[in-house]
Ligand binder design. Structure first.
Ligand SMILES: Cc1cc2nc3c(=O)[nH]c(=O)nc-3n(C[C@H](O)[C@H](O)[C@H](O)COP(=O)(O)OP(=O)(O)OC[C@H]3O[C@@H](n4cnc5c(N)ncnc54)[C@H](O)[C@@H]3O)c2cc1C
Length: 507
């Protein structure tokens, strides 16, 4: 089951096991059962602390990860390799007794949850949003005996995925009912369960010198630059990592030939944690006001105060805005080809958008799905020619230019897409099961309306990153900088932090 590379990595991790781990395996005679048995047996041969026992679990094939004499409720149905490999390793280590890297207040919150919660998470092994959810729910399951969690790999449980009409991953069910779809942090899950952090924890904080709003490339870089000046720095963010978490290969982060978004985000988080920076993750900001200090209001009602603020709230996928888009969201309409592509194996799909991200998505999907139709609004594709050449070499892709999407149709899920030929005015309809929207990004600045000068939604900044409000700076994709890239966001984050520091000295 495990290639030499994975075995070498695993070997190092398994040396960190503290106590015994009992894997209970439920297997039949099918291919995935055989692979599951092979995997658990291989794990057992790699560490004397891992024992294997045959069992009858709710799903076959599956295996649960337990302490001897104590079931944890953590189950993997399907093979947790690919992006889920880290979920498997963490489950083994944490069940063996290694303490989780989680704030004590969160651990206490989990332990205090009352009631029975049986979570099931449908994942694909190529989904980079899934492991966060799987690992959070596994930890909850480990810490609270009333919580269980099963990761279900969609490929191994195709019938179940089809019968539940799951078209986006991760999709989480709680006690048999749909709970949520998409990336969620531990704090998101806890707040959805009604166990949110107490707003007074934020209200009681001393004012910051620099408070950064947003934890993407720009926000992280601002915070590091500010903290290195020895001033009181905080980051408040909805999702640490930002767009990097939706990016697979990155080949233009200068000095690193190739990395992946998730890896880069983890390195950034590690770098931020090297400094005395107060990171307030999974918190959404809803307003900013300049009084004696800058006041930043959170959605939970708390107000954080700071002498200066740096807004680095980045951008999000642009909606196509046609009937059916919202209705069939996660029911065939999706924005993440890497995550959801495998769920459309053997099906027909459309990609809306012929820019770099659209064409990259089409190339990626063509290897999995039956056929890809690319709909581009303009008379020409805007993607780099190297991508267009690659696209044109693929046999199962059709490109339709001058196509204005008018509707996404279906009943319970997507069944087709309609578009108008902008040259002839004729309307056409293509029957398909999936629509990947890839038409660029919009800045996350609606919450600033009426407070800070923006230009088509982008915050207007000067060469030091200063906005029109004294003491308020901005950086990255949410600003009017003409190019949106990781290295550019990081550079502008550094500029804004130095600008804020200069402002503090002078005021
Ligand atoms: C699919 C894809 C592939 C890409 N590939 C590359 C590439 O190969 N190379 C490259 O250089 N660039 C690439 N980019 C662009 C690059 O990812 C962005 O330019 C960069 O990450 C932007 O960083 P940012 O910090 O400005 O914003 P973001 O990454 O968008 O971060 C914004 C942060 O603000 C938070 N936030 C938003 N609203 C609020 C709120 N109201 N309250 C609190 N927090 C909030 C978010 O949670 C997030 O933490 C890619 C982008 C995408 C989508």
């Amino acid at each position: 089951m495990l290639d030499a590379d994975i075995k070498a990595q695993l070997d190092q991790y398994l040396q960190l096991l503290e106590g015994d781990v009992l894997l209970k395996v439920s297997a039949g005679s099918d291919k995935v059962s055989k692979e599951t048995l092979e995997l658990v047996d291989e794990l057992a041969t790699m560490s004397t602390k891992i024992k294997v026992e045959k069992a009858e679990l709710e799903r076959t094939p599956s295996f649960s990860v337990n302490r001897v004499g104590e079931d944890t409720g953590i189950t993997f149905a399907g093979i947790p390799l690919g992006h889920e490999f880290t979920s498997l390793v963490l489950a083994l280590l944490q069940v063996s007794g290694r303490p989780p890297k989680e704030e004590q207040s969160i651990i206490d919150q989990i332990k205090n949850i009352k009631g029975e919660y049986h979570f099931e998470t449908y994942v694909s092994l190529t989904c980079n949003n899934c492991p966060d959810v799987v690992q959070a729910l596994n930890l909850m399951s480990l810490l609270n005996p009333n919580i269980t969690h099963t990761m279900i790999e969609g490929g191994a449980y195709k019938d179940e995925v089809d019968s539940k009409n799951i078209m986006a991953v991760p999709t989480v069910y709680l006690n048999g009912e749909f709970f949520e779809s998409g990336r969620m942090s531990m704090k998101d899950i806890l707040s959805k369960l009604g166990s949110a952090q107490d707003p007074s924890e934020f209200n009681n904080k001393d004012p910051f010198d620099v408070l950064v709003v947003g934890g993407g490339a720009a926000g992280a870089s601002s915070a590091i630059y500010a903290a290195r000046k020895g001033i009181r720095t905080g980051i408040v963010t909805e999702r640490f990592g930002g767009q990097m978490l939706d990016t697979v290969g990155i080949e233009n982060f200068i000095s690193v030939k190739y990395t992946e978004g998730e890896k880069l985000a983890a390195h950034l988080e590690e770098h931020v944690n090297e400094y005395d920076i107060d990171v307030m993750d999974s918190q959404r900001v809803k307003g900013i006001e300049k009084k004696a200090l800058v006041e930043v209001e959170l959605e939970n009602g708390a107000v954080l105060k700071s002498k200066t603020a740096i807004i680095a709230t980045g951008a999000r996928w642009r909606n196509v805005g046609v009937p059916g888009e919202q209705e069939f969201r996660n029911k065939g309409v999706t924005y993440c080809p890497h995550c959801d592509g495998p769920l459309f194996e053997g099906k027909d799909v459309a990609v809306i958008g012929g820019g770099n991200s659209g064409i990259e998505a089409a190339i990626d999907l063509a290897g999995v799905v039956k056929h890809v139709t690319v709909l581009e609004f303009l008379p020409e594709l805007k993607a780099d020619s190297v991508l267009q050449d690659r696209l044109n070499s693929l046999p199962n892709v059709t490109v339709i230019k001058n196509a204005q999407t008018t509707e996404i149709t279906g009943n319970d899920s997507v069944e087709g897409i309609s578009y108008k030929d902008r040259e002839t005015g004729e309307t056409h309809h293509v029957e398909l099961q999936g629509v990947f929207v890839q038409i660029g990004l919009v800045p996350n600045t609606e919450w600033l309306e009426g407070t800070i000068e923006t230009e088509r939604g982008h915050i207007v900044v000067d060469s030091s990153g200063a906005t029109n409000i004294p003491g308020v700076f901005a950086a990255g994709d949410c600003t009017n900088s003409p190019y949106k890239q990781i290295i550019i966001s990081m550079g502008s984050g550094a500029t804004a932090a130095l600008g804020a520091f200069d402002y503090l000295i002078r005021n």
